[in-house]
Design a protein around this ligand. Structure first.
Ligand SMILES: Nc1ncnc2c1ncn2[C@@H]1O[C@H](COP(=O)(O)OP(=O)(O)OP(=O)(O)O)[C@@H](O)[C@H]1O
Ligand SMILES: [Mg+2]
Length: 400
């Protein structure tokens, strides 16, 4: 029986200097860090059960994985702590370190080289797969990682100004369109008065780009009505998730500058309604095929609705100004986004339980415009505008 858990990460400078002993192998340093951080379980008899070293493996050309078996009963909550305190490993080893959990095993991955400071979006194109919603999103120490939008529908993106949020969104939109030109649909809210996304309004996959809160509310209300008819179809056919249906369409609601949607006061009816719509999307519409990507510059609790955060299993954070902002996006006691190097496109990605440092691809507007040029429908905007002013305001598209 296990009676007590020791897992503490309060390291004094003295302890770190002990770990920084010259000539020690990485394996010995890791063991020392476990020792100093009390990564063990104390049994009723007072015995310490520590992670047991199993083996060492190479990861590509520049990494080494140290595999440990964990003592039974070490709860995942405390394992999360290891990730939250990854800085201790990085400082102790003077290398890049990732912690992962796999099948009850703890992996400490140690990398000799840093991530690239920049890489071009064109490099990613050969990795896109037709018809797949599993999209490559960035380079980690282990290589390219993917986000499967059918498994993790919603994501939150945070980051201080000029570190790469909008470029990340543009890369995602391009990848989603290139892999699913007939099935990806976008509802974009660009509160920089459409400065960033205006030029993509003519793409056949872009249903609408809203540049003001009023336009955003109209757009989200349209989507809501469309989803009501989708819900009826689901009910009639006994479906509860789009992945079980023959429907291939996926609707992406992309909010850039979400911080500008925060209700200013209780009379701010438009923003309050928008917030409700976003919560509704996060809580209910994932199953119907709607995927929310909620992007904010100033992550404070008021700019990130609780339901949106809780239902977003993917979190991406570029550099943030402080620990508090990092915790709002990445979770309690997770200050990694405040500790990122000063590199545009560098971020922390959390997918489910994995936390990884990632460099996103750089895509320019010229590249995006060229890649998506086959999908430009000239005159489409005018048609939508005319349509809006006719009696039939709602653009419900056929779902099948
Ligand atoms: N992945 C990347 N690799 C290299 N440079 C990048 C990358 N992403 C962004 N940049 C550089 O950073 C600049 C700002 O990026 P971006 O517009 O995406 O920032 P942002 O976070 O959206 O800022 P804001 O909050 O002010 O809108 C880009 O113009 C580009 O030069
Ligand atoms: Mg931006």
């Amino acid at each position: 029986m296990l009676s007590e858990l020791g897992l503490s990460f309060i390291l004094s400078a003295g302890i770190l200097s002990t770990i920084r002993t010259k000539g020690m192998s990485d394996k010995v340093k890791i063991d020392k860090i476990f020792e100093h951080t009390k990564t063990w379980i104390v049994t009723e008899k007072g015995n310490k059960k520590k992670p047991v070293f199993i083996r060492k493996e190479e990861i590509g050309d520049t990494g080494t994985k140290y595999v440990y078996r964990l003592p039974l009963g070490l709860p995942s909550k405390l394992l999360k702590k290891l990730n939250e305190n990854i800085g201790i490993f990085k400082d102790g080893l003077h290398k890049n370190v990732e912690v992962e959990f796999d099948g009850g095993m703890l992996h400490i991955n140690v990398y000799e080289e840093d991530l690239p400071a920049k890489w071009d979006y064109n490099e990613l194109i050969p990795k896109l797969k037709e018809g797949s919603w599993n999209i490559p999103v960035g380079k980690t120490f282990k290589g390219l990682i993917y986000h499967d939008f059918d498994k993790i529908p919603h994501s939150v993106v945070g980051g201080t100004t000029r570190y790469g949020k909008t470029v990340y969104l543009k890369g995602l939109i391009t990848s989603l369109i290139l892999s699913n030109p007939n099935d990806a649909e976008f509802y974009i809210v660009d509160l920089k008065r459409k400065l960033e996304f205006n030029r993509y309004e003519n793409l056949k996959q872009v249903i609408n780009v809203a540049g003001t809160p009023d336009e955003a509310l109209e757009m989200l209300s349209d989507l809501h009505i469309r989803m009501e008819s989708m819900m009826d179809y689901f009910r009639k056919n006994g479906f509860n998730n789009i992945v079980q249906t023959p429907i291939k369409k996926r609707m992406f609601v992309i909010i850039d500058e979400a911080n500008r949607l925060v209700p200013e006061n209780s009379k701010d009816k438009v923003r309050i309604s928008i917030k409700r719509h976003l919560e509704d999307i996060a809580c209910v519409m994932g199953g119907l095929g709607v995927r929310l990507i909620f992007c904010t510059q100033y992550p404070v609790a008021t700019t990130l609705p609780r339901d949106v955060k809780q239902n977003s299993d993917a979190k991406v954070s570029f550099r943030l100004q402080n620990k508090y902002a990092s915790e709002v996006v990445l979770g309690e006691e997770n200050s990694h986004a405040a500790e990122l190097p000063d590199i545009q496109g560098r971020c922390i990605a959390i997918h489910g339980s994995n936390l990884l440092e990632m460099q996103t691809p750089l895509i320019t507007d010229e590249q995006m415009t060229e890649l998506l040029s086959p999908y430009v429908e000239n005159g489409r905007i005018e048609q939508i505008e005319e349509h809006k002013h006719s009696d039939d305001v709602i653009q419900i598209r056929n779902v099948e």
